[in-house]
Design a protein around this ligand. Structure first.
Ligand code: BG6
Length: 484
């Protein structure tokens, strides 16, 4: 069993979780800048949906202590330290690095007519350095950071007026970075807008007129339209460049073989695949539309939307995979947190401290299911294990649990490729410790590289190689043949 030559090994990051420097270079505030870190005794409590209210947003923006409780404002200072970090990724042998562009570095409020040249120059320098090191950029246009201004003005993605603003940003990205970047992703985990409307969509729930669910599906539709338009524009400007869509692969099994559990799982899956059906398949699936209609949700189609979606589907499908869940109709079934979701516990799987269930076979199942369904090239753009790490007195960080997690997932990934899945590459989340999207902690560590900082921002920010750094380096050098 072997991976194809040219398989793209690497890692994945998001601007809002690593860049920091939230006021530097003319950057405007993004919704993630008002997400707070609040210590919790039980890490599983972080799974509970956090609602940003107008009051909490205003309090965050007025807080004189700007950094302590807002870790995404400081990130890991990647904005200034990227040359050092890219050199470490190159040392591991990365072929690709997935990153995102912060919309508010180019358009601080989202409404400017011309881009902020300092922001443009930052990304030109950044992508140029990646290319110099032989690392191909895979760039997400929107990873959880709509401009805060648009959220406060009119709930950002819930309002169709965002479309020309986003298109202006996208055009700038293609025109100014298109000679350096040939692989793009439209929206990170596009389905997530239903689970976290503020972070993905800039939707402040209390200000929504009518139902929040309706606003979320309207916002999702606007993102579908914006993604298809971005694909069209990319192909006009750079016919050989590729656009991928991106899904949270929340693989779900029936908790029992009771037909009611199987039927409930089928329903879950239908809503899960709604996004890839539209983005890769080019049309809304009939049964999902019917299910939404029954819940009183209406998709706000406008003239030309159906044709745009049909004519400009994504070139490849990318997804995150961390864990699997089960589904049960039993209201008493024990639940456990997963990636921004509470699911029913699977008695056959172990969980991380944060409750996420570890399921390598689920990765193979996901790859096969997605490939069977769409027959489009796939890209695993997130997979990893958030854990606390200990630094020994001599500075060493032994993380055998992380190596075990990756090894087991790589074995299953390679099996799926052997079965015929067309897989372009794999980027781990995250190759360097970064700020957790859901908990705003850095001590939920994912990296092969340790960052000396605690959840309140104390530390030197020094970077250190963990044991897993050397292990991943060997895996990449052998193209997955040596997983020992
Ligand atoms: C994915 C997101 O859902 O999961 C990332 O795209 C995120 O932004 C990752 O960091 C891991 O989740 P968390 O909450 O542990 O950071």
């Amino acid at each position: 069993m072997a991976l194809p030559d040219g398989f793209l090994w690497g890692g994945a990051l998001a601007a809002n979780q690593v860049e920091g420097a939230w006021k530097d270079g003319g950057r405007g505030p993004a919704v993630t800048d008002v997400n707070t870190y609040k210590p919790k005794a039980d890490p599983k409590q972080y799974a509970v949906h956090h609602v940003n209210t107008l009051e909490s947003i205003q309090a965050a923006m007025a807080d004189p202590d700007e950094l302590t409780y807002y870790p995404k404002r400081r990130g890991i200072d990647f904005y200034h330290r990227y040359p050092e970090d890219l050199a470490l990724f190159a040392e591991m042998g990365f072929k690709v690095l997935r990153v995102s562009i912060a919309w508010t570095r180019l358009y601080p409020t989202g409404e400017e007519l011309e881009p902020n040249e300092e922001g443009v120059q930052h990304y030109v320098d950044f992508f140029t350095e990646m290319r110099r090191l032989g690392i191909e950029p895979l760039v997400t246009l929107a990873h959880y950071d709509p401009p805060l201004h648009l959220a406060l003005k009119n709930n950002a993605w819930a309002d169709r007026s965002i479309l020309p603003l986003f298109e202006r940003f996208v055009r700038t990205c293609f025109e100014r970075f298109g000679h350096l970047v040939t692989k793009w992703l439209s929206f990170n985990e596009i389905d997530g807008i239903i689970r976290h409307p503020f972070t993905s969509g800039g939707i402040i729930e209390e200000t929504v007129e009518g139902s929040v669910e309706q606003a979320c599906y309207a916002a999702l539709h606007h993102q579908f339209v914006a993604g298809a338009r971005a694909t069209q524009l990319l192909h006009e400007l750079y016919p050989d460049s590729q656009m991928g869509c991106m899904l949270t692969m929340l693989t779900t099994y029936p908790n029992t073989c009771h037909p009611d559990d199987v039927a409930a799982t089928q329903e879950k899956e239908r809503m899960l695949f709604l996004c890839t059906d539209v983005q890769a398949g080019g049309a809304y699936p009939r049964l999902a539309l019917k299910a939404l209609e029954r819940r009183g949700v209406e998709i706000p189609f406008e003239e030309g939307d159906i044709e745009l979606l049909r004519e400009h589907p994504a070139d490849f499908i990318s997804f995150s995979y961390y864990m699997s869940l089960t589904e049960s109709v039993n209201p008493e079934a024990e639940r456990t947190p997963g990636n921004t979701i509470l699911g029913v516990k699977n008695p056959f799987l172990a969980s991380s401290e944060w409750g996420w269930q570890i399921d390598p076979v689920g990765l193979r199942i996901s790859l096969i299911e997605l490939y069977d369904r769409y027959e489009k090239p796939l890209f695993i753009v997130e997979n990893g294990l958030g854990m606390r790490d200990e630094v020994d007195a001599d500075g060493a960080i032994h993380d055998p649990y992380r190596i075990d997690y990756f090894r087991a997932h790589f074995e299953e990934m390679i099996r799926a490729v052997d079965e015929g899945v067309d897989l372009l590459g794999y980027t781990s989340w995250a190759p360097i410790d970064s700020i957790s999207a859901s908990t705003s902690q850095i001590t939920k560590r994912y990296g092969f590289i340790h960052v000396d900082m605690d959840d309140l921002g104390r530390g030197t920010m020094e970077r250190r190689r963990k044991d897993s750094f050397f292990w991943y380096q060997k895996v990449i050098a052998s193209n997955g043949a040596d997983l020992s």
